[in-house]
Ligand binder design. Structure first.
Ligand code: ATP
Ligand code: MG
Length: 340
Protein backbone atom coordinates (compact mmCIF):
# COMPACT_ATOMS: atom_id res chain seq x y z
CA UNK A 1 0.00 0.00 0.00
CA UNK A 2 1.24 3.49 -0.85
CA UNK A 3 0.70 5.77 2.14
CA UNK A 4 -1.42 8.71 0.95
CA UNK A 5 0.97 11.39 2.17
CA UNK A 6 3.97 10.06 0.25
CA UNK A 7 2.12 8.99 -2.86
CA UNK A 8 3.00 11.29 -5.74
CA UNK A 9 1.40 9.26 -8.50
CA UNK A 10 -1.20 11.15 -10.59
CA UNK A 11 -4.75 10.70 -9.35
CA UNK A 12 -7.26 8.79 -11.49
CA UNK A 13 -10.95 8.32 -10.76
CA UNK A 14 -13.54 6.27 -12.53
CA UNK A 15 -16.66 4.42 -11.52
CA UNK A 16 -19.75 2.45 -12.28
CA UNK A 17 -23.42 2.72 -11.54
CA UNK A 18 -24.61 -0.31 -9.53
CA UNK A 19 -27.49 -0.88 -11.93
CA UNK A 20 -26.39 -4.45 -12.68
CA UNK A 21 -23.33 -6.67 -12.87
CA UNK A 22 -20.53 -5.48 -15.16
CA UNK A 23 -20.28 -6.62 -18.76
CA UNK A 24 -17.88 -6.92 -21.69
CA UNK A 25 -18.39 -3.24 -22.56
CA UNK A 26 -16.97 -2.31 -19.17
CA UNK A 27 -14.07 -4.67 -19.73
CA UNK A 28 -12.84 -3.12 -22.98
CA UNK A 29 -14.12 0.38 -22.23
CA UNK A 30 -12.60 0.92 -18.82
CA UNK A 31 -11.66 -2.12 -16.71
CA UNK A 32 -8.61 -2.99 -18.83
CA UNK A 33 -7.31 0.56 -18.41
CA UNK A 34 -7.99 0.44 -14.70
CA UNK A 35 -5.89 -2.70 -14.41
CA UNK A 36 -3.08 -1.00 -16.32
CA UNK A 37 -3.34 2.16 -14.19
CA UNK A 38 -3.65 0.81 -10.72
CA UNK A 39 0.12 0.64 -10.24
CA UNK A 40 1.06 3.87 -12.02
CA UNK A 41 -1.76 6.04 -10.66
CA UNK A 42 -3.48 6.58 -7.37
CA UNK A 43 -6.72 5.02 -8.60
CA UNK A 44 -10.15 5.59 -7.08
CA UNK A 45 -13.11 3.54 -8.20
CA UNK A 46 -16.45 4.96 -7.20
CA UNK A 47 -19.55 2.80 -6.95
CA UNK A 48 -22.01 5.50 -7.98
CA UNK A 49 -25.17 4.43 -6.18
CA UNK A 50 -26.61 7.96 -5.98
CA UNK A 51 -26.18 8.27 -9.72
CA UNK A 52 -27.81 4.86 -10.23
CA UNK A 53 -30.93 6.21 -8.55
CA UNK A 54 -31.26 9.04 -11.09
CA UNK A 55 -32.94 6.68 -13.55
CA UNK A 56 -34.00 3.95 -11.08
CA UNK A 57 -35.93 5.99 -8.53
CA UNK A 58 -38.75 3.46 -8.62
CA UNK A 59 -36.42 0.52 -8.09
CA UNK A 60 -34.00 1.44 -5.28
CA UNK A 61 -33.73 -2.22 -4.38
CA UNK A 62 -31.92 -2.89 -7.65
CA UNK A 63 -29.27 -0.31 -6.74
CA UNK A 64 -28.84 -1.73 -3.23
CA UNK A 65 -28.49 -5.32 -4.50
CA UNK A 66 -25.94 -4.47 -7.16
CA UNK A 67 -23.43 -2.53 -5.07
CA UNK A 68 -21.60 -5.67 -4.06
CA UNK A 69 -22.19 -7.43 -7.38
CA UNK A 70 -20.15 -4.66 -8.96
CA UNK A 71 -17.51 -4.93 -6.23
CA UNK A 72 -17.24 -8.71 -6.83
CA UNK A 73 -16.65 -7.95 -10.51
CA UNK A 74 -13.78 -5.60 -9.67
CA UNK A 75 -11.90 -8.25 -7.74
CA UNK A 76 -12.76 -10.95 -10.25
CA UNK A 77 -11.06 -9.02 -13.07
CA UNK A 78 -8.01 -8.29 -10.92
CA UNK A 79 -8.51 -4.93 -9.22
CA UNK A 80 -6.14 -5.00 -6.26
CA UNK A 81 -7.52 -3.38 -3.09
CA UNK A 82 -3.97 -2.85 -1.83
CA UNK A 83 -3.41 -0.43 -4.72
CA UNK A 84 -6.87 0.88 -5.53
CA UNK A 85 -9.38 2.74 -3.37
CA UNK A 86 -12.89 1.44 -3.89
CA UNK A 87 -15.53 3.73 -2.41
CA UNK A 88 -19.26 4.21 -2.22
CA UNK A 89 -20.71 7.48 -3.48
CA UNK A 90 -23.65 7.74 -1.05
CA UNK A 91 -21.28 7.40 1.91
CA UNK A 92 -19.31 10.47 0.80
CA UNK A 93 -21.58 13.40 1.71
CA UNK A 94 -18.93 15.96 0.67
CA UNK A 95 -19.64 14.90 -2.93
CA UNK A 96 -23.31 15.82 -2.55
CA UNK A 97 -22.32 19.20 -1.13
CA UNK A 98 -19.91 19.84 -3.98
CA UNK A 99 -22.71 18.91 -6.39
CA UNK A 100 -24.97 21.48 -4.79
CA UNK A 101 -22.30 24.16 -5.22
CA UNK A 102 -21.44 23.20 -8.80
CA UNK A 103 -25.10 23.33 -9.86
CA UNK A 104 -24.71 27.10 -9.72
CA UNK A 105 -21.89 27.05 -12.26
CA UNK A 106 -23.77 25.33 -15.07
CA UNK A 107 -26.97 26.15 -16.95
CA UNK A 108 -29.94 23.93 -17.64
CA UNK A 109 -29.54 24.67 -21.36
CA UNK A 110 -25.95 23.41 -21.25
CA UNK A 111 -27.01 20.19 -19.51
CA UNK A 112 -29.74 19.65 -22.09
CA UNK A 113 -27.23 20.00 -24.92
CA UNK A 114 -24.97 17.22 -23.63
CA UNK A 115 -24.95 14.55 -26.38
CA UNK A 116 -24.61 11.63 -23.95
CA UNK A 117 -27.52 12.86 -21.86
CA UNK A 118 -29.62 13.42 -25.00
CA UNK A 119 -28.93 9.87 -26.14
CA UNK A 120 -29.64 8.39 -22.70
CA UNK A 121 -32.88 10.36 -22.33
CA UNK A 122 -34.03 8.89 -25.61
CA UNK A 123 -32.98 5.30 -24.85
CA UNK A 124 -34.67 5.45 -21.43
CA UNK A 125 -37.89 6.76 -22.97
CA UNK A 126 -38.21 9.68 -20.53
CA UNK A 127 -39.90 11.86 -23.13
CA UNK A 128 -40.52 15.21 -21.45
CA UNK A 129 -40.55 13.66 -17.97
CA UNK A 130 -36.84 13.80 -17.32
CA UNK A 131 -36.02 13.37 -13.64
CA UNK A 132 -34.14 16.51 -12.53
CA UNK A 133 -31.56 14.29 -10.86
CA UNK A 134 -30.89 12.57 -14.15
CA UNK A 135 -30.41 15.80 -16.09
CA UNK A 136 -28.00 16.96 -13.40
CA UNK A 137 -25.95 13.79 -12.96
CA UNK A 138 -23.06 15.23 -15.02
CA UNK A 139 -22.74 17.84 -12.27
CA UNK A 140 -22.54 15.11 -9.64
CA UNK A 141 -19.92 13.44 -11.79
CA UNK A 142 -17.93 16.66 -11.79
CA UNK A 143 -18.07 16.51 -7.98
CA UNK A 144 -16.87 12.87 -8.01
CA UNK A 145 -13.90 13.64 -10.23
CA UNK A 146 -12.84 16.87 -8.58
CA UNK A 147 -13.62 15.59 -5.07
CA UNK A 148 -10.41 13.53 -5.17
CA UNK A 149 -8.72 16.01 -7.59
CA UNK A 150 -8.40 13.42 -10.31
CA UNK A 151 -6.56 14.47 -13.46
CA UNK A 152 -7.09 11.22 -15.34
CA UNK A 153 -10.43 9.51 -15.94
CA UNK A 154 -10.27 6.09 -17.66
CA UNK A 155 -13.72 5.72 -19.21
CA UNK A 156 -15.59 4.50 -22.27
CA UNK A 157 -16.29 6.80 -25.20
CA UNK A 158 -19.83 7.63 -24.03
CA UNK A 159 -18.30 9.45 -21.07
CA UNK A 160 -16.11 11.90 -23.01
CA UNK A 161 -18.75 14.70 -23.17
CA UNK A 162 -19.23 14.32 -19.42
CA UNK A 163 -15.56 14.92 -18.71
CA UNK A 164 -15.76 18.01 -20.92
CA UNK A 165 -18.70 19.16 -18.81
CA UNK A 166 -16.65 18.62 -15.66
CA UNK A 167 -13.83 20.76 -17.04
CA UNK A 168 -16.23 23.56 -17.93
CA UNK A 169 -17.46 23.62 -14.35
CA UNK A 170 -13.88 23.55 -13.07
CA UNK A 171 -12.94 26.51 -15.29
CA UNK A 172 -15.93 28.57 -14.19
CA UNK A 173 -15.27 27.83 -10.57
CA UNK A 174 -11.58 28.66 -10.82
CA UNK A 175 -12.42 31.92 -12.60
CA UNK A 176 -14.80 32.78 -9.80
CA UNK A 177 -12.27 31.88 -7.13
CA UNK A 178 -9.49 33.70 -8.93
CA UNK A 179 -7.13 30.76 -8.60
CA UNK A 180 -6.73 27.15 -9.68
CA UNK A 181 -8.45 25.56 -6.75
CA UNK A 182 -9.28 22.43 -8.81
CA UNK A 183 -7.41 20.69 -11.63
CA UNK A 184 -8.92 19.83 -15.00
CA UNK A 185 -9.19 16.17 -15.92
CA UNK A 186 -8.43 14.21 -19.05
CA UNK A 187 -10.67 11.38 -20.29
CA UNK A 188 -8.69 8.29 -21.26
CA UNK A 189 -10.72 6.41 -23.84
CA UNK A 190 -9.28 3.12 -25.16
CA UNK A 191 -9.09 1.89 -28.75
CA UNK A 192 -12.43 0.09 -28.43
CA UNK A 193 -14.14 3.01 -26.79
CA UNK A 194 -17.67 1.78 -27.27
CA UNK A 195 -18.66 -1.85 -27.52
CA UNK A 196 -22.01 -2.37 -29.29
CA UNK A 197 -24.71 -4.51 -27.71
CA UNK A 198 -25.31 -8.09 -28.87
CA UNK A 199 -28.37 -6.67 -30.68
CA UNK A 200 -26.11 -4.45 -32.79
CA UNK A 201 -27.34 -1.31 -31.04
CA UNK A 202 -24.89 1.49 -30.46
CA UNK A 203 -23.79 0.55 -26.96
CA UNK A 204 -23.75 -2.51 -24.75
CA UNK A 205 -25.39 -1.34 -21.57
CA UNK A 206 -26.87 -2.80 -18.41
CA UNK A 207 -30.03 -0.78 -18.91
CA UNK A 208 -30.66 -1.88 -22.49
CA UNK A 209 -30.56 -5.62 -21.74
CA UNK A 210 -28.12 -6.27 -24.59
CA UNK A 211 -25.09 -7.21 -22.53
CA UNK A 212 -22.88 -10.23 -21.93
CA UNK A 213 -21.95 -10.06 -18.27
CA UNK A 214 -18.47 -10.79 -16.97
CA UNK A 215 -20.17 -13.40 -14.77
CA UNK A 216 -21.97 -15.09 -17.72
CA UNK A 217 -22.09 -18.88 -17.73
CA UNK A 218 -20.72 -20.87 -20.65
CA UNK A 219 -24.30 -21.41 -21.77
CA UNK A 220 -25.24 -17.73 -21.52
CA UNK A 221 -22.25 -16.86 -23.70
CA UNK A 222 -23.35 -19.45 -26.25
CA UNK A 223 -26.93 -18.15 -26.33
CA UNK A 224 -25.81 -14.53 -26.65
CA UNK A 225 -23.40 -15.28 -29.48
CA UNK A 226 -26.02 -17.38 -31.24
CA UNK A 227 -28.52 -14.54 -31.35
CA UNK A 228 -25.91 -11.97 -32.35
CA UNK A 229 -26.67 -9.71 -35.26
CA UNK A 230 -24.54 -10.51 -38.34
CA UNK A 231 -25.30 -9.55 -41.94
CA UNK A 232 -29.03 -9.91 -42.68
CA UNK A 233 -28.26 -10.41 -46.40
CA UNK A 234 -25.85 -13.27 -45.77
CA UNK A 235 -28.50 -15.92 -46.32
CA UNK A 236 -26.49 -18.92 -47.43
CA UNK A 237 -22.89 -19.88 -46.75
CA UNK A 238 -21.81 -19.28 -50.35
CA UNK A 239 -23.06 -15.66 -50.33
CA UNK A 240 -20.56 -12.85 -49.89
CA UNK A 241 -21.01 -11.37 -46.42
CA UNK A 242 -20.55 -7.92 -44.94
CA UNK A 243 -18.03 -7.45 -42.16
CA UNK A 244 -18.81 -3.79 -41.46
CA UNK A 245 -21.62 -3.43 -38.95
CA UNK A 246 -21.43 -7.17 -38.26
CA UNK A 247 -21.43 -7.51 -34.48
CA UNK A 248 -19.59 -10.84 -34.46
CA UNK A 249 -16.62 -9.31 -36.27
CA UNK A 250 -16.76 -6.20 -34.08
CA UNK A 251 -16.41 -8.46 -31.06
CA UNK A 252 -13.60 -10.45 -32.65
CA UNK A 253 -11.79 -7.15 -33.29
CA UNK A 254 -12.27 -6.22 -29.65
CA UNK A 255 -11.41 -9.54 -27.98
CA UNK A 256 -9.43 -11.82 -30.31
CA UNK A 257 -5.71 -11.12 -30.00
CA UNK A 258 -4.92 -13.25 -33.05
CA UNK A 259 -5.52 -10.47 -35.59
CA UNK A 260 -4.05 -12.51 -38.45
CA UNK A 261 -6.69 -15.21 -38.08
CA UNK A 262 -9.42 -12.59 -37.72
CA UNK A 263 -8.25 -10.84 -40.89
CA UNK A 264 -8.27 -14.16 -42.71
CA UNK A 265 -11.83 -14.89 -41.51
CA UNK A 266 -12.92 -11.44 -42.69
CA UNK A 267 -11.40 -12.03 -46.12
CA UNK A 268 -13.13 -15.39 -46.49
CA UNK A 269 -16.43 -14.01 -45.19
CA UNK A 270 -16.37 -11.14 -47.69
CA UNK A 271 -15.53 -13.52 -50.50
CA UNK A 272 -18.37 -15.93 -49.72
CA UNK A 273 -18.10 -19.52 -48.56
CA UNK A 274 -17.73 -18.89 -44.84
CA UNK A 275 -20.81 -19.46 -42.70
CA UNK A 276 -21.86 -17.45 -39.64
CA UNK A 277 -21.69 -20.61 -37.53
CA UNK A 278 -17.92 -20.92 -37.89
CA UNK A 279 -17.22 -17.28 -37.06
CA UNK A 280 -19.60 -17.49 -34.11
CA UNK A 281 -17.93 -20.65 -32.81
CA UNK A 282 -14.60 -18.84 -32.79
CA UNK A 283 -16.06 -15.86 -30.94
CA UNK A 284 -17.70 -18.16 -28.42
CA UNK A 285 -14.38 -19.78 -27.58
CA UNK A 286 -12.54 -16.43 -27.43
CA UNK A 287 -15.14 -15.08 -25.00
CA UNK A 288 -15.13 -18.22 -22.89
CA UNK A 289 -11.35 -18.04 -22.50
CA UNK A 290 -11.69 -14.43 -21.29
CA UNK A 291 -14.74 -14.87 -19.07
CA UNK A 292 -14.04 -18.40 -17.75
CA UNK A 293 -11.28 -17.40 -15.30
CA UNK A 294 -13.18 -14.23 -14.27
CA UNK A 295 -16.26 -16.34 -13.52
CA UNK A 296 -14.23 -18.73 -11.36
CA UNK A 297 -12.54 -15.99 -9.34
CA UNK A 298 -15.87 -14.25 -8.91
CA UNK A 299 -17.48 -17.37 -7.47
CA UNK A 300 -14.65 -17.60 -4.92
CA UNK A 301 -14.94 -13.94 -3.94
CA UNK A 302 -18.71 -14.08 -3.65
CA UNK A 303 -18.22 -16.62 -0.84
CA UNK A 304 -16.49 -13.90 1.23
CA UNK A 305 -18.99 -10.99 1.19
CA UNK A 306 -17.90 -9.71 4.62
CA UNK A 307 -14.32 -9.21 3.39
CA UNK A 308 -15.56 -7.32 0.34
CA UNK A 309 -17.72 -5.13 2.54
CA UNK A 310 -14.71 -4.31 4.74
CA UNK A 311 -12.63 -3.34 1.71
CA UNK A 312 -15.34 -0.99 0.43
CA UNK A 313 -15.77 0.48 3.94
CA UNK A 314 -12.07 1.21 4.39
CA UNK A 315 -11.74 2.65 0.86
CA UNK A 316 -14.74 4.88 1.56
CA UNK A 317 -13.22 6.07 4.85
CA UNK A 318 -10.03 7.08 3.01
CA UNK A 319 -12.01 8.87 0.28
CA UNK A 320 -14.09 10.65 2.91
CA UNK A 321 -11.06 12.43 4.34
CA UNK A 322 -9.95 13.57 0.90
CA UNK A 323 -13.35 14.69 -0.38
CA UNK A 324 -14.06 16.62 2.82
CA UNK A 325 -10.76 18.44 2.46
CA UNK A 326 -11.61 19.34 -1.14
CA UNK A 327 -15.02 20.65 -0.12
CA UNK A 328 -13.42 22.86 2.53
CA UNK A 329 -10.91 24.20 0.01
CA UNK A 330 -13.59 24.99 -2.56
CA UNK A 331 -15.79 26.75 -0.03
CA UNK A 332 -12.85 28.74 1.19
CA UNK A 333 -11.69 29.63 -2.32
CA UNK A 334 -15.18 30.96 -3.08
CA UNK A 335 -15.14 32.91 0.17
CA UNK A 336 -18.28 31.27 1.50
CA UNK A 337 -19.39 31.82 5.06
CA UNK A 338 -18.50 29.14 7.56
CA UNK A 339 -20.51 28.91 10.77
CA UNK A 340 -17.83 27.79 13.19
P1 ATP B 1 -26.30 1.83 -17.48
O1 ATP B 1 -26.98 1.24 -18.67
O2 ATP B 1 -27.00 1.58 -16.19
O3 ATP B 1 -25.92 3.28 -17.67
P2 ATP B 1 -23.71 1.04 -18.36
O4 ATP B 1 -23.66 -0.32 -18.94
O5 ATP B 1 -23.74 2.24 -19.26
O6 ATP B 1 -24.93 1.04 -17.35
P3 ATP B 1 -22.09 2.52 -16.51
O7 ATP B 1 -22.00 2.10 -15.08
O8 ATP B 1 -22.97 3.66 -16.89
O9 ATP B 1 -22.49 1.22 -17.37
O10 ATP B 1 -20.63 2.82 -17.09
C1 ATP B 1 -19.44 2.56 -16.35
C2 ATP B 1 -18.22 2.70 -17.23
O11 ATP B 1 -18.22 1.68 -18.23
C3 ATP B 1 -18.13 4.01 -18.00
O12 ATP B 1 -16.77 4.41 -18.04
C4 ATP B 1 -18.59 3.67 -19.39
O13 ATP B 1 -18.02 4.50 -20.37
C5 ATP B 1 -18.07 2.24 -19.52
N1 ATP B 1 -18.92 1.48 -20.46
C6 ATP B 1 -20.18 1.05 -20.22
N2 ATP B 1 -20.68 0.43 -21.31
C7 ATP B 1 -19.69 0.46 -22.26
C8 ATP B 1 -19.59 -0.02 -23.60
N3 ATP B 1 -20.59 -0.67 -24.18
N4 ATP B 1 -18.43 0.18 -24.28
C9 ATP B 1 -17.40 0.83 -23.69
N5 ATP B 1 -17.44 1.31 -22.42
C10 ATP B 1 -18.56 1.14 -21.71
MG1 MG C 1 -24.15 4.25 -18.45
Amino acid sequence: MHPITEDHRPVALTGDRPTGPLHLGHYVGTLKNRLAFQRTHRLYILIADNQGLTDHASDPDRIRRNIFEVAFDYFAVGIDPAETTICLQSALPALSELTLLYLNYVTVARLERNPTIKDEIQSRGFGRDIPAGFLCYPVAQAADITGVKATVVPVGEDQAPLIEQTNEIVRRLCRQAGREVLPEAKALVPRVGRLPGVDGLAKMSKSRGNAIQLSASRDEIKQAVRRMYTDPDHLSVSDAGRVEGNVVFQYLDAFDDDTETVDDLKRRYRQGGLGDAIVKARLESVLESLIGPIRERRAEIARRPADVRDIVASGTARARTITEATLEEVREALGLYRLA
